[in-house]
Design a protein around this ligand. Structure first.
Ligand code: HDE
Length: 726
C-alpha cells in the first residue's frame, strides 16, 4: 500500500493539470484560423465587388464553414441524452481484504472522477423527464489506470443475454416507420417485445415505478448491476455488486408533473445538477459494496450471474466504504460530457469480471461503439478519456493521433529499446485475469438457474408502499392504454398476472379487458427454435424474502431539505417580515427560496421594503418547486386571489402532493383554490390543516412544521382524493 500521501496528492494534481492542458482561454486573445493566422474580418466573405459574387478563394470562410459542417458526431445509440460533472472519490474503509485495487485500499487517497448521468431511450435533445432508466456512469482516474463503473439507477436489467440487446433497443426506440414516439416506452413495439420476454418482468416493475422519474440526478441510487469480481493481493477472489447511495435520499416526481416539466423545461435534470454544483451544493453519494464469498456462489435462490436479479440487502448488507462528491461542472459540454467514452472493460488490478453473459456482451460493445462515435481508435487521447497513469505501448497511428512516439521501433519483444515498454508482471502492479474455473461443452443456451423470472418481480412489487404500488399500477395503465394492438395488451395482462393478480386486475379494468387465463402461444417467444416450450418454461420459485425494505423509496431519509426549492408567491403589498422570517429559517436548512410575482423587477412590501422577484407566473410553474409558501399582506393576498395563474400554481402543487404553507392572513387566497374550499372555516387553533398544508400566525411554529413537511418530500395520501382540477 502506498504510504507517501503528500507525494501521492502531488502526483495526482500534477496529472490532473496534464489532463487539462488542452483548455483554451480566449480572454485578451486575437481571433485566428486553425492554422494560427490572425483574422481581420470574421463577418464578411471575400467578394468580387461589394455586390458581387463570393470568391472560392476565401480560405478563411471555407475553413470556418467546413468545421461547422462537421460539428456533429453520431450520438450514442442508447444513453444519448446526458449531463456530466467532475468530482472526487474518497475512500473511508480499506478493502484490501477483498481487492488489491489501490483506490479501494488506500484511505489517504482521493481519486478524481468524471460522472455522466443519462436517459437511455431518447435522442440527444429529448426531455430529461422521460419515464426511463437513468445511466450512472463513473470514470475513476486511478493511478493504476481508468476504472469505469458504467451503471444505471436501477439494479437489474431487461434481459439476461447480450445478444438480445439490439432487439430490446429497437423495440423501445421510436417505431421505424414514423419515428414516433420520442423518449417513451408507451407504444406497441416496446410492449410487444416485453410481452414476449418474461425475463424482463423484474425490470418492468422498476421501470414502471417512480424510480424511472427521479426528482433529480442528485437523488438517485446507482448500481453496477452485474456481479463483478474482486481479487486481493493473495489472488483470492469474491463476487461484488456496486452501489451508490445518495446522501439527499431517493426521491421522485409525480408522473403528471414529469410530463409537465418535459414541456416547460426539458433540461430540468441537467439544469438542476449544474445549478447545484455552481452554487456549491455539491451532490454526494456513498459508495457501497455487497460482497459474496466465492464459496457462497450457489447459496441463493437466484443466480449471481443473472442481471435480472438483485441481491436483497437483507441477505447481503451494503457496506458503505467511500464517498463520491461532484464539485466541478465541465468547461465544455461537447469536449467532456459528449466525448467521454465509458467501457465496462476499463478495469484495474483487483477488479475483474464474473461470467454474467450480459456483461460479456458489453465488454465487446463499448469499444466498438466508441470507434463509430468518436471516429477511430485514438479516443483514449481525448483529454476527458486520458488515463492519469502515463500510457506506453506499441499501438500506433490511426485517425487523429495526438501522441508523438519517438524513436525507430514500435514492436515488442525488442532488444533495440532494451525491451521497453516492458511487461509489468504482477509485482509491478500489472493486470492478471483471475483464473476462474471453466468447464462444460460449447453451448448456445442458458442455465436453468436463470429461468425464475417472476419471484423478484413479486418481491419488488410487494416491497412497495401503498402509494408506490398505485403509481406503478397507474404507469402500467398509462403505457398499455397507449398500446394500440389489443393482443399485446392481453398478453401483457397475462404477464402481469404472473407477478400479481390484483395488479393485473386493476390494469385490465383500466384498459377495458379481462386478464386471460391462458395464452394461445407461450409467454417466452424468444426461446431458441430447437428448444421445447417446456424446456424454456419460466421456473417459479418462492423467494426467501416476502419484502425488502431497501426497495421502497418510502424508507429513504426524510429530514434533509438542502437544495429543495421553495416558491414564495407574492405581489405588491406583501408582508415583507413574513417573507424574511420564512426565508431565514429555510435557508438556514440549506433550502432555496424564490419569490414569484406577477412581474419581474421588484415588488413593494407593505412597509415599503423592495423585494426582488426571481420569476413571474408566466415563467415559473409549481412543477419546478418542492413546496410553496404564501405570505400575508392584504393587497398581495387580494392580487393572488384574483390571479388565475397563482391559483393554478397552488392547485397544481396540491395535486402533486407538495407541502404548502401560508400566513393565516393569506387564507383568503388559499380559499380560492380547489383544496382551500375543503379546509375548515375556523382554523384559528390549527397549524396543520391537512397533511402537508400548514398555516400559522407564529412565524417560528410555521417554519418548524414547514421544514419537517418539506423533508417528507410528498404527501401521496392526498391522491386518494384524485379529482383535482389543476
Ligand atoms: Fe450500455 N451501452 N449496454 N448498459 N450503457 C452504452 O456505449 C450495451 C447496459 C450504460 O454516459 C453504449 O458509449 C450493451 C446495462 C450506460 O456514456 C453501448 C448492453 C447497463 C451507458 C452500450 C448494455 C448499461 C451505456 C452506447 C447489453 C447498466 C452510457 C454509447 C449487453 C449496468 C454511458 C456508449 C455514458 C451506453 C451497450 C446494457 C449502462 C452501445 C450491448 C445492463 C450508463 O456501447
Amino acid at each position: 500500500m502506498p504510504t507517501d500521501t503528500n507525494n501521492n496528492d502531488n502526483q495526482t494534481n500534477k496529472k490532473l493539470e496534464d489532463l487539462q492542458q488542452n483548455i483554451e482561454d480566449s480572454t485578451g486573445q486575437v481571433l485566428t484560423t486553425n492554422q494560427g493566422l490572425k483574422v481581420n474580418d470574421d463577418q464578411n466573405t471575400l467578394k468580387a465587388g461589394e455586390r458581387g459574387p463570393s470568391l472560392l478563394e476565401d480560405f478563411i470562410f471555407r475553413e470556418k464553414m467546413t468545421h461547422f459542417d462537421h460539428e456533429r458526431i453520431p450520438e450514442r445509440v442508447v444513453h444519448a441524452r446526458g449531463a456530466g460533472a467532475h468530482g472526487v472519490f474518497k475512500l473511508n474503509e480499506d478493502l484490501s481484504e477483498f481487492t488489491k485495487a489501490g483506490f479501494l485500499t488506500d484511505t489517504s487517497r482521493e481519486t478524481p472522477v468524471f460522472v455522466r448521468f443519462s436517459t437511455v431511450t431518447g435522442s440527444r435533445g429529448s426531455t430529461d423527464l422521460a419515464r426511463d432508466a437513468r445511466g450512472f456512469a463513473v470514470k475513476f482516474y486511478t493511478d493504476e489506470g481508468n476504472f469505469d463503473l458504467v451503471g444505471n439507477n436501477i439494479p437489474v436489467f431487461f434481459i439476461q443475454d447480450s445478444i438480445k440487446f439490439p432487439d430490446l433497443v429497437h423495440a423501445i426506440k421510436p417505431e421505424q416507420h414514423n419515428e414516433i414516439p420520442q423518449a417513451a416506452s408507451a407504444h406497441d413495439t416496446f410492449w410487444d417485445y416485453i410481452s414476449n420476454t418474461p425475463e424482463s418482468a423484474h425490470m418492468i416493475m422498476w421501470i414502471m415505478s417512480d424510480r424511472a422519474i427521479p426528482r433529480s440526478y442528485r437523488m438517485m441510487e446507482g448500481f453496477g448491476v452485474h456481479s463483478f469480481r474482486f481479487v486481493n493481493a493473495e489472488g483470492k477472489s469474491c463476487f461484488v455488486k456496486f452501489h451508490w447511495k445518495p446522501l439527499l435520499g431517493v426521491h421522485s416526481v409525480a408522473w403528471d408533473e414529469a410530463q409537465n416539466i418535459s414541456g416547460k423545461d426539458p433540461d430540468y435534470h441537467r439544469r438542476d445538477l449544474w445549478e447545484a454544483i455552481e452554487s456549491g451544493n455539491f451532490p454526494q453519494w456513498d459508495f457501497g459494496v455487497q460482497i459474496v464469498p466465492e464459496e457462497d456462489e450457489f447459496k441463493y435462490e437466484f443466480d449471481l450471474l443473472d442481471a435480472t436479479k438483485l441481491i436483497p440487502e437483507e441477505l447481503v448488507p451494503v457496506r458503505r466504504i467511500g464517498t463520491l462528491t461532484l464539485n466541478r461542472n465541465p468547461d465544455n459540454y461537447f469536449a467532456e460530457t459528449e466525448q467521454v467514452a465509458f467501457h465496462t472493460g476499463h478495469v484495474v488490478p483487483g477488479i475483474d469480471f464474473s461470467n454474467d453473459p450480459l456483461l460479456h456482451g458489453r465488454l465487446f460493445s463499448y469499444t466498438d461503439t466508441q470507434l463509430k462515435r468518436l471516429g477511430g481508435p485514438n479516443f483514449h487521447e481525448i483529454p476527458i478519456n486520458r488515463s492519469v497513469n502515463t500510457v506506453h505501448n506499441n499501438q500506433r497511428d490511426g485517425h487523429m493521433r495526438m501522441q508523438i512516439n519517438q524513436g525507430k521501433s514500435a514492436h515488442g519483444p525488442n532488444a533495440m529499446k532494451g525491451g521497453c515498454p516492458f511487461q509489468a508482471g504482477m509485482m509491478d502492479g500489472g493486470f492478471t485475469s483471475y483464473a476462474a474455473p471453466v468447464e462444460g461443452h460449447k453451448i448456445r443456451g442458458r442455465s436453468k438457474s436463470f429461468f425464475d423470472h417472476f419471484s423478484q418481480a413479486k418481491l419488488f412489487f410487494n416491497s412497495q408502499s401503498e402509494p408506490e404500488k398505485n403509481h406503478l399500477t397507474d404507469a402500467l395503465c398509462f403505457e398499455l392504454s397507449k398500446v394500440e394492438t389489443i393482443a399485446i395488451r392481453e398478453r401483457m395482462l397475462y404477464f402481469l398476472s404472473q407477478v400479481d393478480e390484483g395488479l393485473a386486475g386493476e390494469v385490465a379494468y383500466c384498459v377495458g379487458l379481462h386478464v386471460p387465463k391462458a395464452l394461445k402461444t407461450p409467454l417466452n417467444q424468444t426461446k431458441p427454435a430447437d428448444a421445447s416450450d417446456e424446456e424454456y418454461a419460466p421456473v417459479v420459485k418462492e423467494g426467501s424474502l416476502a419484502k425488502s425494505a431497501a426497495l421502497s423509496m418510502k424508507n429513504s431519509p426524510t429530514s434533509d431539505i438542502r437544495t429543495r426549492k421553495i416558491a414564495v408567491l407574492a405581489a405588491d403589498g406583501v408582508n415583507e417580515d413574513s417573507i424574511q422570517a420564512i426565508k431565514n429559517a429555510l435557508e438556514a436548512e440549506g433550502a432555496i427560496c424564490e419569490v414569484i410575482a406577477p412581474r419581474l423587477g421588484f415588488i413593494a412590501g407593505m412597509n415599503d421594503a423592495t423585494i426582488p422577484v426571481a420569476k413571474t407566473f408566466m415563467t415559473a410553474a409549481s412543477v419546478f418547486y418542492d413546496a410553496v409558501y404564501v405570505p400575508g399582506g392584504t393587497n398581495s393576498v387580494a392580487t393572488l386571489e384574483a390571479e388565475p395563474d397563482a391559483i393554478h400554481f397552488l392547485n397544481e402543487a396540491f395535486k402533486h402532493c407538495k407541502a404548502i404553507a401560508f400566513d393565516d392572513d393569506a387564507l383568503q387566497a388559499i380559499k380560492a383554490t380547489y383544496f382551500g374550499r375543503k379546509l375548515p372555516n375556523d382554523n384559528s387553533n390549527e397549524t396543520v390543516l391537512m397533511e402537508g398544508i400548514i398555516m400559522s400566525r407564529d412565524a417560528s411554529t410555521l417554519a418548524t412544521k414547514f421544514i419537517k413537511a418539506i423533508g417528507q418530500h410528498r404527501f401521496w395520501e392526498r391522491e386518494k382524493a384524485r379529482k383535482v382540477p389543476a
